[in-house]
Design a protein around this ligand. Structure first.
Ligand code: ADP
Ligand code: MG
Length: 230
């Protein structure tokens, strides 16, 4: 599903180049639930951005679901992002002036789906993330946990094969974080969606089947978890 080969990422800074990923290799199978751990600044978010086509590697190759990302042009990458991956971020990144239903419908509307189909899909997703009755609410009227569930529903709208989540429980208290982990786990186990989740929380990481640890832009550990949290 995901093959990262010798991927390096350098950022040009005034003081010179900074290497965020150094010749990193990662292979992830379809249907895996992966946690990416490592200290702050070790390259976790950079790796996720590259997997999602939000950024390009300086060198190396990234293949997702048969698509070589570094060979796509800007338009191809936009289409890839919109149709193949769902992103979930620590700070939710919902649009504040739009309702829950409108936030979830964004990608479908951008792809010009018919209105009846959009309404049906949005209603299904709202049920799926347990937010019945909140369709017309605005993000500011919701708790953090509820906002993150809207973000997950939005990520699911295009039926992605892959969910990329960067510290999805980072802003949540224990109980709300637990609910988000259970939701991601269910989507992985029941719908077969591959999940790659960055977290610095060991407890959260144990939800995953496998934990990849980065340090200074390189994989230093790659370990299968036990039964995970089912
Ligand atoms: P993590 O998510 O593991 O905390 P990041 O992937 O965000 O780490 O960052 C890795 C390193 O790359 C950090 O030292 C960070 O400062 C640097 N970095 C990330 N993005 C940029 C950027 N756009 N420009 C310059 N440096 C960056
Ligand atoms: Mg990060």
């Amino acid at each position: 599903m995901i093959r990262v080969e010798k991927v390096s990422k350098e950022f040009a800074l005034e003081a010179g180049n900074f290497t965020a990923l150094r010749e990193t290799d990662v292979t992830i199978g379809k249907g895996e639930f992966i946690a990416v751990m490592g200290p702050s600044g070790s390259g976790k978010s950079t790796l996720l951005q590259i997997l999602g086509g939000l950024d390009l590697p300086t060198s190396g190759s990234v293949e997702i679901d048969g698509v070589r990302l570094e060979r796509l042009d800007e338009k191809g990458r936009t289409l890839f992002r919109r149709t193949k991956v769902g992103f979930v971020f620590q700070n939710y990144q919902l649009l504040p002036m739009m309702t829950v239903a409108e936030n979830i419908a964004l990608a479908l509307a951008a792809n010009r789906a018919p209105k009846a189909e959009i309404d049906r899909t949005v209603a299904r997703l709202i049920r799926e993330v347990n937010l019945e009755g909140k369709a017309s609410s605005y993000p500011s009227q919701l708790s953090g946990g509820q906002q993150q569930r809207v973000a997950i529903a939005r990520a699911l709208a295009m039926k992605p094969a892959l969910i990329l989540a960067d510290e999805p429980t980072g802003n949540l208290d224990r109980q709300n974080g637990e609910d988000i982990l259970k939701l991601l786990s269910r989507l992985n186990k029941e719908e077969g969606i591959t999940v790659v989740m960055v977290t610095h929380d060991r407890h959260a990481a144990e939800t995953a089947d496998r934990i990849i640890t980065l340090r200074d832009g390189a994989v230093v550990e790659d370990a299968m978890e036990g039964a995970g949290r089912k």
